[in-house]
Design a protein around this ligand. Sequence first.
Ligand code: ATP
Length: 547
Amino acid sequence: MAQKNNDEQFKNVISHAKEYGFVFQSSEIYDGLSAVYDYGQLGAELKNNIKYYWWKAMVQMHENIVGIDSAIFMHPKVWKASGHVDGFNDPMIDNKDSNKRYRADQLLENKIDELYSELANFSAENKAKFEEFQQEILGLSNEGQASWIPSFKDEDGILDNAKYPFVDEASWRFVKKGLALEVEMNLALKSENLAQLKDLIVGYKVICPISKTSNWTDVRQFNLMFSTQFGAMAEGSDEVYLRPETAQGIFVNFLNVQKSGRMKIPFGIAQIGKAFRNEVIARQFIMRMREFEQMEMQFFVRPGEDKKWFEYWKDARLKWHKALGTSPEKYRYHDHVKLAHYANAATDIEFEFPFGFKEVEGIHSRTDFDLTQHQEFSGKKMQYFDNDLNEEGKPYGNYVPYVIETSIGLDRMFLLTMINAFEEQDLSTADKQDSRTLLRLHPALAPYKVAVFPLTKKDGLPEKAREIMDTLKFDFNCIYEEKDAIGKRYRRQDAIGTPFCLTIDHQSLEDNTVTIRHRDSMEQERVAIADLGDIIGKAVSWKTLLA
Ligand code: ATP
């Protein structure tokens, strides 16, 4: 039932986003382009506000972080050096009966989730014990993990371990199988053993959700980068890529920024920009797109201080999310056990979407991998001279800095914001059925801050309303509406998240006061026009989020 409600809620958010001009399918009149979306008139405003919140918090509130805007096209060698040409692949498998393509690891992850669903039958104490045990196993070396597989796969063998005596025996059989598969999948992914991935899909009887058969092709690697020809002449042109992440534009400019900005370590470079990935399975609206936007920051630190800064950014980034007023239980960290080749620590900030907890942001400790690779491939030094003194009183000297990255998907943050704000309120009373749809956006993020309504279209009220709007519009994005009854106008603003509505009536002409109506409480009060700037200004100020 809860799942059904969640699906319904998600569907409602998607249709609301379209109905009110937040998000449209790209090229809709041609039936759309899969996993590509356009932001409409209100979507563009909300997106800009989210960007601004991030830029303000990350760049302008940190003296040691600066922002850049690098090009989408980069020299093809950049992607050789970064590992994307050879390694930015997903292992894909096709079902021969439905002709549908899947990510092999996602098929297996779904199977693991199915087996782990038996954890619901564990006592809370045993569940916690299991999770500890699981972390312990996944933290072992490859050999250590592999050595456990036979006992997990032995259906009848109940784990004989004094530290973890699981007593929920029937369910433990399934959970144990899930753990075996998780370990086997991780090992196959780490060693890029595609044949083994296929064996697991077949061995664990994974079936295609469409054809319901297990008639699978072999697993193949599929590179996610889009490429295109650079230069006018087909023969003389080079293949270039549309960047799959914005981070590399920061790495290749590391010395330009450091020198021109006289930056001292630790310091950060941030940017917001488009990224492109030829996702094979694109779904869940703007959650996984082929063209999307990232907000990334690379923080350059002294080697050996990476762990400390990783913890700092993990904490700082979650605070940024929570400042928006989201209930804290909607967020969690997911520490990576299986690390990318360049990372020595990684965590995701996950949000509970209607379809489950999913990554919104990644925080990665990328070591000196990227700068060292660019140093090697370009032949240019990527070093920093640190003249601070170490414990022995000597300068730290030359080194390639270590990097902590924070990387958040702007579109996922947009979706999160919409889902979080969307509310259908029942306002029925004993004698009247009533409801309203509300976007409870933080006022600083709301597309319009204030709606200005003359009570009627005559008696000089529109002129007075325009006069008020003309003074407010320098500081706040305003919208003017004179059509329909006031109640209807309020509801329309509730649906797009406008925190304040002002009604100008005949009394306004006499005493220069208006009615201000608050979106969330629906309360109305009479205030002086001269005070409006202060009242609205306080509520929508970035200080409410950043202080
Ligand atoms: P996922 O595991 O969901 O594919 P990822 O680990 O590949 O994501 P990163 O490479 O760490 O993602 O990218 C950083 C952020 O960019 C993600 O946290 C996510 O918010 C966003 N992102 C990545 N891929 C997409 C996409 N296809 N569409 C929208 N946002 C994306």
